[in-house]
Ligand binder design. Structure first.
Ligand code: TRP
Length: 332
């Protein structure tokens, strides 16, 4: 039996942090072990909110270099840019004809904008472009174009996926044939929450993140800022309630974890020592990835080539889906 298809959409929003890596990137890359894995950069989605061309290009390169540095193997999985496949936009137009306007009215990103406008006495549609309004249709096209069986999503994207399923089913029902594979959301069993510098969930909006590819000096400086309690060096400490140790677990093997835990419990270890060990473990794991990242950022031609080759491999799949929908609709 052939493997099921997984599809991961990556919004180009700059260099991810450690929380993104353990919470989303690493689990998404693991899918390649069990699925025929497909990954794409959702660059037209980014255009809705990013109108500066240089910045958008840079974001695309940064996110492509990041995923490659994290281990995405473009020889084994599909890796392409959404914008390289015009079939996406043809399919999106076809899906529009089956998408009730009321469905889009309920999409949460749009609703949030309207609510913010209303609350500040602006016109409800202020700064709402049609790209934002029809975002779920484009996302449905991304997914349906590539016959995705499963789509890994965070909580915020579940509604979009439900809309994709709605639209696909109504087309399959209308034409009484399997135009589309019906996708299912894949919400990770253990949604790992990674703690940030202040012990809260690592998140850009809290300003407590550790970016993935900081140069070692800056990385060390940031780690020294992790908030700890005010226990003295002599006091015995509890590793399980310590932000430094929580992060250490992600980077050190079990033996090293046990070693450090013992030093916590015995007393006589200061926070500076624990942080230094965390820095060393982090740097050991991140340094090789940082090097790969840097090599791609300095050679964006290579990134262009990889993504273009990916688009070439993706095109026959996209064409076939469009052919199916054209045939079903009578537009052939
Ligand atoms: N909407 C997703 C996000 O904000 C990105 C995305 C676009 C996507 N198209 C997709 C994700 C298709 C999965 C499948 O993160």
């Amino acid at each position: 039996m052939s493997k099921q298809v997984s599809l991961t959409g990556i919004k180009p929003t700059g260099v991810p942090h450690i929380g993104n890596y353990f919470g989303a990137i690493q689990p998404a890359l693991k899918l390649a072990q069990r699925y025929e894995a497909r990954y794409f950069i959702a660059d037209y989605h980014a255009l809705n909110s990013m109108k500066n061309p240089q910045e958008l290009r840079r974001m695309i390169y940064e996110v492509a270099a990041t995923w490659l540095a994290c281990g995405l193997d473009p020889d084994k999985v599909l890796f392409y840019r959404q914008s390289a496949l015009p079939e996406t936009f043809e399919l999106s137009t076809a899906l529009m004809a089956f998408t009730p306007k009321g469905l889009m009215n309920r999409a949460h990103a749009y609703k949030a904008m309207v609510q913010a406008n209303t609350e500040s006495n602006r016109d409800p549609d202020d700064r709402v472009n049609m790209g934002l309004y029809t975002y779920p249709v484009l996302m449905a096209a991304d997914i349906l174009l590539f016959d995705a069986d499963v789509v890994p999503v965070g909580k915020d994207q579940v509604q979009h996926l439900e809309m994709t399923i709605d639209i696909a089913q109504s087309i399959n029902n209308h034409y009484n044939r399997d135009c589309f594979v019906i996708p299912a959301p894949l919400t990770s069993e253990e949604t790992k929450t990674i703690t940030g510098l202040d012990g809260r969930k690592m998140s850009k909006s809290y300003g407590n993140t550790i970016p993935m590819f900081l140069p070692p000096k800056q990385l060390r400086k940031l780690i020294m800022k992790i908030i700890t309690n005010s226990q003295t060096v002599e006091e015995k400490k509890d590793p399980d309630t310590c932000n430094v140790f929580t992060l250490y677990r992600l980077f050190a093997d079990e033996e090293k974890q046990e070693e450090l835990a013992a030093r916590y419990r015995n007393g006589g270890m200061g926070w500076g020592d624990a942080k230094q060990l965390l820095f060393e473990a982090m740097d050991e794991m991140l340094a090789p990835m940082r090097d790969v990242y840097q090599s791609y950022i300095e050679d964006t031609k290579k990134l262009d080539d990889i993504l273009a080759a990916g688009a070439e491999k993706a095109r026959p799949i996209a064409r076939e889906t469009v052919r199916r929908i054209r045939e079903a609709t009578g537009l052939y």
